[in-house]
Write a new protein. Structure first.
Length: 229
């Protein structure tokens, strides 16, 4: 018998929390925390395969919980579920390490589909791939480590997935929609904005080698240029 994936659900609305837990329990083991403090305690005590976080919570916000989670786990998928639909909230969610941002109200079928996609993707991530030479950098996809000389940086799962995809297409123009579908699994306005944020972060991480550039091709996509590659 397959072991059920474990989901940490953090939702302070008792009615919605019950509905989500009830909808997911046929396929997953769900622990439901009703505030930020209980969520952090639960995450410390047990191992989960995915976190489903409301943003507005008692004691600590979903963004603060995401910060706490990412301090120790850069791999676990984090999905924000929030009534806050402003663009800055969505972008903040991605910057906090979120993999998706779902606005209320939503259908349970959509939520279950997104959870299934991220759980499947997390099992097929780049953890069995060999080290990759990118200019002067060494990228270890299995450990999500990017190093140059004696400097080493731990990437988030999303940063690692994006870099892995770009590194596989060095010195060729890549369409935005192809990147979004390969790394995010969807192509819409907000994931497009998230892509721009993550491209900017990778540019900063790679400044140690002047021969590496990520160039914009307006209206098309990006060129991951590595001279000498």
């Amino acid at each position: 018998m397959d072991v059920k994936s474990k989901i940490l659900l953090v939702e302070d609305d008792s009615s919605l929390g019950f509905l989500i837990k009830d909808a997911l329990e046929d396929h997953y083991e769900v622990y439901w925390a009703t505030d930020g403090k209980k969520a952090e305690e639960a995450f410390q005590k047990d191992a989960y395969n995915l976190c489903l976080l409301d943003v507005m919570l008692p004691h600590k916000s979903g963004f603060e919980i995401a910060d706490f989670i990412r301090q120790t786990d850069s791999d676990i998928p984090i999905l924000f579920v929030s009534a806050r639909a402003m663009e800055e909230d969505r972008i903040k969610g991605f910057l906090k390490g979120g993999d998706d941002y779902i606005t209320k109200p939503f259908s349970m079928e959509e939520l279950k589909h997104r959870i299934a996609v991220f759980l499947k993707r997390s099992k097929k991530q780049v953890h069995d791939k060999a080290d990759i030479q990118i200019g002067k950098y060494i990228f270890k996809p299995d450990l999500l480590l990017l190093s140059i000389a004696d400097e080493e940086r731990k990437l988030t799962r999303k940063e690692g997935s994006l870099l892995f995809y770009l590194a596989g297409k060095k010195n060729e123009v890549i369409k935005r929609e192809d990147i979004l579908m390969a790394v995010w699994g969807k192509d819409d306005y907000f994931t497009g904005r998230s892509l721009d944020v993550f491209i900017s972060k990778l540019r900063k991480y790679l400044t140690g080698d002047e021969n590496i550039q990520i160039e914009n091709y307006h209206g098309v996509g990006f060129l991951f240029k590595v001279k000498g590659a």
